[in-house]
Design a binder for this molecule. Structure first.
Ligand SMILES: [Zn+2]
Length: 105
């Protein structure tokens, strides 16, 4: 599946947002890397947001040459002020990958 404006070999759909108790827009990123192998906070990650969307790359997968090493999300609406990690909105996304699949609910 390709979406115009996004580069990369795959596309993981739209990124999720939530609004915190202060009314601030927060972008929610998955806590586990695209390959389902690492905690991004532990392994290290690089998040890049631009007009095309947001990419979150796992540094460990990148170092090991694992592909895909990054999530590629489309964005919608204004840029979020903050980012946080939560796997919950993304539990179905790994099923599109042939890589390791975390346990499904
Ligand atoms: Zn990884």
């Amino acid at each position: 599946m390709n979406v115009e404006g996004l580069t990369g070999e795959h596309y993981d759909g739209l990124v999720n947002y939530r609004v915190d108790p202060h009314g601030e827009r927060v972008v929610v990123l998955p806590a586990i890397c695209r390959a389902g192998r690492h905690s991004l906070v532990v392994a290290g990650y690089r998040a890049v947001a631009d007009s095309a969307g947001v990419a979150v790359e796992c540094q460990a997968c990148r170092a090991e040459g694992v592909s895909p090493a990054a999530w590629h999300f489309g964005t919608a609406g204004p840029l979020a002020a903050r980012a946080e990690f939560d796997d919950q909105p993304y539990l179905d996304r790994w099923t599109r990958s042939d890589a390791a699949r975390p346990g499904r609910r």
